[in-house]
Design a protein around this ligand. Structure first.
Ligand code: SF4
Length: 211
């Protein structure tokens, strides 16, 4: 007889074969199914407009935040430096990005967008409009809770090494958690509170937390 609270082999197999979205008592399974649907919605919106190749689009998005070295871009995008260098060379040939010297180190180059690159990036984000509208229609506290949950999920996947390290507050050494459930986070570096809407997903001052 199966001890109480433990699933029989047949139940386990049936559970694994049942679609995630139909596991009505399983919040984690339904959340994964919901994220999968959202990923499909994102892909659908993206493919409805003419697209750059995925890596070129990702590089435009990274460089839109400011000049970056090849090494950093390769780390953030989880691809080889040689792959990044080739894609940047293509962006340079298209007139969208250019390398610039770094004042304190003449050997170093940081890539930045040209005016045409900034315009291409702005055009490439038009697909986000329907999703932005849907999110902005949510009540403020739901919107903030959604952002917080997604950031926590990403931080957890970064710690599990499923997602490449990104410069978000929740994996930063300078972040001080809220003193109680309702209080804000606080940034030691900036010496200021960070309410939920101000938590960063990509901060240039980020310092990875040890361990
Ligand atoms: S340094 Fe940046 S990433 Fe780190 S806690 Fe402060 S705002 Fe967040």
């Amino acid at each position: 007889m199966t001890p109480p609270g433990r699933l029989r082999y047949r139940d386990t197999v049936e559970l694994l074969l049942s679609p995630l979205a139909r596991r009505h008592d399983d919040v984690a399974a339904k959340t994964v199914a919901a994220l999968e649907r959202l990923a499909r919605a994102v892909s659908h919106c993206q493919w409805k407009q003419p697209q750059l190749a995925p890596l070129r689009a990702a590089l435009l998005a990274e460089l839109a935040g400011g000049p970056q070295e090849v090494r950093t871009l390769a780390q953030v995008l989880s691809v080889r430096r040689s792959t990044v260098s080739r894609a940047l060379t293509q962006l340079r040939r298209s007139g969208l990005a250019t390398p610039a010297a770094v004042p304190h180190d003449r050997r170093l180059r940081r890539w930045e967008l040209t005016p045409a690159g900034r315009s291409a990036y702005a055009h490439s984000t038009a697909w986000t409009a329907p999703l932005m509208t849907a999110i902005q229609a949510l009540p403020v506290r739901h919107r903030e809770a959604l952002l917080h949950s997604l950031l926590q999920l990403i931080a957890s996947l970064v710690r599990a090494e499923v997602v490449a390290p990104t410069r978000l507050c929740l994996t930063c050494r300078y972040l001080q958690p809220p003193g109680d459930a309702r209080g804000p986070y606080r940034c030691h570096l900036l010496q200021q509170p960070l309410p939920l809407p101000e938590l960063r997903l990509d901060c240039p001052d980020h310092l990875p937390r040890a361990g």
